[in-house]
Design a binder for this molecule. Structure first.
Ligand code: GGG
Length: 357
C-alpha cells in the first residue's frame, strides 16, 4: 500500500482550522481504502513559533521538509508581526529552496455559487492562472541606504531569468493543451512601463508560443487584465503572469468565482526533486480566526491538487466531485457563500459526500 509522507504546516490565523478539515478528508479517504495511507509530519511553525524563537521555522526546517513527498500548508500572517517577516520567514523560502517554480491556480464558477459579476452562469468562468513562483518581483534583491536620514534610498529589484520565464510560460501552454477548453493563453505584463523585464517576458512568450500554433494567444497589460477579469471573466482560459501580478490577479479571479474561500493553489517543483506544496490562495484571515467561520473548501481542494500531483488521479477526482456537489446542493456551506455552517461542518459534509460517491 503506498504511504505518502506529508509535511503539514497549519501555520497562522485560520490555517489550523482549514488544515484540520483537509486532514479530515485525507483521513476519510485513507480509512476507506486499502490502497492509500498518509504519514503526517506535523510542523508547528509560523507566527506562534516566531514569538517563542524569533524564527518562523527552525534552522533545519527545509531539511526536515525535504524528507516528505509533499507539503500541505495552511496560512501565514499575524496582526502583530510585520507581513514581510512572516512571509519571508516561511512561505517564500520554501518556494525558492524547493524550486516550486510553477504555481497553478484553478478558478471555476460552480453551480450553486453566485458570481458578483452580473450575468455569469455556472461554468462560464473557467480558467487557470499560472503564476511564476520563485523570482520576478518577489526576488529578495535590494537594499536600504542611509536609513532614517533625508538621503534614505531604497532599491528593490525584479529578477527575470530566461529559465524561469520560459518554464512558467511553457507550463501554461502545456496546461492549456491538456485542458483543451478555450485553447487560449493570455500573458499579462506591464511592458509599456517596465521596458526591461516585461519586454523580455513578452519576447519569451512570443518565442514559446511558436511551439503551440493551435493555441490562441493574447498579451494584456496588467491594468487591462484586471479590468477584464472584473467585467468579462468568461473570456479567459489560461493566464500566465509574473509572481506579483499573478498573485493580485488570483484574488480577483477568486472573488469573481464566488469567494476567496474556494481558491486552491499548487506550488509545483517541476523536476520533482523536491516536495511540491499545496495551499489555499487565501491567507491567515485573522479577523475570522478561531470562530469556525472559515471556508475549508479551498484547502480541501488543495488536498485534491496534492493527490493529483502524487499520481492519485481518481481520488483527486473524488474530492473535486464532493466539493462541487457540496456547493451545488448548498445544504452545508459557510457564511462567505451565504450559509451559516461552520468550518468543521463543511469538512464533515465533504466526508459524507465522499462516502456516497
Ligand atoms: N495560504 C496562503 C497564505 O497564507 N498566503 C499568505 C500570503 O500573504 N501570501 C502571499 C503570496 O503567496 O505571495
Amino acid at each position: 500500500m503506498p504511504e505518502y509522507k506529508l509535511a503539514v504546516i497549519a501555520g497562522d490565523g485560520v490555517g489550523p482550522e482549514v488544515i484540520a478539515e483537509g486532514k479530515k478528508v485525507l483521513d476519510a479517504l485513507s480509512n476507506g481504502s486499502t490502497e492509500l495511507n498518509f504519514a503526517y509530519s506535523e510542523l508547528p511553525w509560523g507566527s506562534a513559533y516566531y514569538r517563542e524563537t524569533g524564527q518562523m521555522m527552525p534552522d533545519d526546517g527545509l531539511e526536515q521538509l525535504k524528507l516528505n513527498q509533499a507539503i500541505f500548508f495552511g496560512a501565514v500572517g499575524d496582526p502583530d508581526i510585520p507581513d514581510h517577516i512572516t512571509l519571508q520567514g516561511l512561505l517564500l523560502p520554501m518556494r525558492r529552496a524547493f524550486d516550486q517554480a510553477i504555481s497553478i491556480r484553478p478558478c471555476y464558477l460552480h453551480p450553486g455559487v453566485d458570481s458578483p459579476i452580473v450575468g455569469q452562469k455556472p461554468g462560464d468562468i473557467d480558467m487557470v492562472i499560472y503564476r511564476e513562483n520563485t523570482e520576478g518581483e518577489y526576488a529578495p534583491v535590494g537594499g536600504r541606504l542611509y536609513p532614517g536620514t533625508p538621503h534614505e534610498t531604497v532599491i528593490q529589484t525584479g529578477v527575470f531569468t530566461k529559465r524561469g520565464t520560459e518554464r512558467i510560460i511553457r507550463a501554461a501552454f502545456e496546461g492549456c493543451v491538456r485542458r483543451n477548453k478555450k485553447n487560449k493563453v493570455t500573458s499579462v505584463t506591464k511592458s509599456n512601463a517596465q521596458a526591461f523585464s516585461m519586454v523580455f517576458w513578452d519576447e519569451v512568450f512570443e518565442e514559446v508560443s511558436l511551439d503551440y500554433p493551435q493555441i490562441e494567444t493574447e498579451s494584456l497589460l496588467v491594468d487591462r487584465a484586471a479590468m477584464d477579469l472584473a467585467r468579462w471573466p468568461d473570456r479567459f482560459d489560461v493566464i500566465v503572469s509574473s509572481n506579483l501580478f499573478a498573485d493580485i490577479l488570483s484574488d480577483i479571479a477568486a472573488v469573481v468565482t464566488g469567494s476567496m474561500g474556494l481558491a486552491a493553489s499548487a506550488n509545483i517543483n517541476p523536476s520533482k526533486e523536491y516536495p511540491s506544496m499545496f495551499e489555499s490562495v487565501h491567507g491567515a484571515a485573522f479577523d475570522i480566526a478561531g470562530k469556525g467561520l472559515a471556508n475549508p473548501l479551498a484547502t480541501i481542494s488543495a488536498a485534491g491538487l496534492m493527490l493529483d500531483h502524487l499520481g492519485e488521479h481518481s481520488t483527486a477526482g473524488r474530492i473535486e466531485r464532493a466539493v462541487a456537489r457540496c456547493l451545488e446542493e448548498r445544504n452545508v456551506i459557510t457564511a462567505d457563500l451565504g450559509g451559516n455552517n461552520s468550518t468543521s461542518q463543511v469538512g464533515d459534509e465533504i466526508v459524507r459526500l465522499l462516502s456516497i460517491d
